[in-house]
Design a protein. Structure first.
Lengths: 116, 113
């Protein structure tokens, strides 16, 4: 059974950093692109980042480019999202997702609140 | 960026009724080389994470009831629920994976009368 479990969320002040983790199991992690998608409270879904199988290619929307970094450790079947220079508009639930054309499995999500 | 427009934003139906919802993209999602439409539908029930229902515009995922039907091609797509059940209460999102940035529609909220 595919499982994706996010961790690392919480309350953080504007301008500070936070790193999210996603532990994957139930599939060969190194064979899949992986992604982060976020959802602001009572809002829709927004893609945040994608990483290739080896980690050599990464993709971001303009809204987070230069502030967020996606990475992975295939030996640990883990996905990460380093978030720097956080803004209030980054407040959201962050989901880890397997990008198997399309996003075929999602984690339960982790809440990030950016507030002073 | 490809803009995805979903209508209606909300819809209330009685159990057993048929419901349709629309998703339009600002450019074609049909890839000429493989004749596939890069369009997915997700269901998000209250308090849960999104669940993939349909990929390639019309391919139901394993375990998805056959009352969920995806159709359309190019820029116009439809999700039909042939006979709505109470457990179908959810927000339904379309998403294009033809190009980055991946983009989602704003969702159609399905309410049961």
């Amino acid at each position: 059974e595919v499982q994706l479990v996010e961790s690392g969320g919480g309350l953080v002040q504007p301008g500070r950093s936070l790193k999210l983790s996603c532990a994957a199991s139930g599939f060969t992690f190194s064979n899949y692109y992986m992604a982060w998608v976020r959802q602001a409270p009572k809002k829709g879904l927004e893609w945040v980042a994608t990483i290739s199988t080896s980690g050599s290619r990464t993709y971001y929307p303009d809204s987070v480019k230069g502030r967020f970094t996606i990475s992975r450790d295939n030996a640990k079947s883990s996905l990460y999202l380093q978030m720097n220079s956080l803004k209030s508009e980054d407040t959201a639930t962050y989901y880890c997702a397997r990008q198997g054309y399309p996003l075929d499995y999602w984690g339960q999500g982790v809440m990030v609140t950016v507030s002073s | 960026d490809i803009v995805m427009t979903q209508t209606p934003s909300s819809q209330a139906v009685s159990a057993g009724e048929k419901v349709t919802m629309s998703c339009k993209s600002s450019q074609s999602l049909l890839y000429s080389e493989n004749k596939k439409n890069y369009l997915a539908w997700y269901q998000q029930k209250p308090g849960q994470s999104p669940k993939l229902l349909i990929s390639w515009a019309s391919t139901r995922e394993s375990g998805v009831p056959d009352r969920f039907i995806g159709s359309g091609s190019g820029t116009d797509f439809t999700l039909t629920i042939s006979s709505v059940q109470a457990e179908d209460l959810a927000v339904y999102y379309c998403e294009q994976y033809y190009d980055t940035p991946l983009t989602f529609g704003s969702g159609t909220k399905l309410e049961i009368k």
